[in-house]
Ligand binder design. Sequence first.
Ligand SMILES: *[C@@H]1O[C@H](CO)[C@@H](O)[C@H](O)[C@H]1NC(C)=O
Length: 258
Amino acid sequence: MLLALVQARSLLVLGVVSLFFSQILALSVPTPRHIDGQTPFLPPQGERKHRSGVLPPLRNTVGWVDPRLNGGQFLDYTTDTLGEPLNIIISSESDPDILTESGMQTYIKSIGFSRECLGLHYGHIHDADLGDGLGRKPEQFLGRQHYFPIIGTCWESIRGGHHFRAWRQNGTEANSGAWFLGASQEMDSSKNHMIVDDGYNRGRNYIVERATAGSHWRGMWWKAEVEWRDGLLESGNQGVNHGIEQDGLVAILTVHRL
Ligand SMILES: *[C@@H]1O[C@H](CO)[C@@H](O)[C@H](O)[C@H]1NC(C)=O
């Protein structure tokens, strides 16, 4: 009887302990990734950037230039104080064709995007500073996921889906020719183009998956290599439009023509 009671008690203790650990595990899943594995709390401003993975600007990167070397940043300017992550770079080591605007328009069709619906731009234009001497410049390109040929992007405009904004790093002070993309997944337009939960990471991953799987359009074939970079963009939602958390990783794509 006593033994049974002791056993029941230890089972209970075991249950409580394992519940406790499973809660810790469950809680640790959605928290933003940090370079040192610390759970987020808000340390003093000076320390925060380092803790969340932002490292000093990089030099001698091949195929692109770190915008932070010359006053730029990896958040665009949606407003003066909030921005969306520039979470993909298409390096200038890529197929030279896709570094041009018309070549880029062709390439994005191969990964399921096209230029905005009938060339109509609705909504807000974002600026970005790529540190190329041009300061904040308006987006040069907006690609939307298409579901149907021809009217495809019109459909996406109504329904929501994946999209990206693109800027080319081609000012005289950093004339790499690379494309910088801010990718995200949107809700439908009844929600006024809000970004879905985890929409920045999802938008980025969607493009990276398609590009690295290989793609083709009208007899042209491409396949991208990806390098993931930590420390360019602050993880979390500090200064991020809509306050949506993102993991701070930037995908550097080198797209090869096959
Ligand atoms: C930079 O690239 C954009 C996008 O292709 C283009 O519109 C612009 O004219 C280019 N600027 C320079 C200085 O080459």
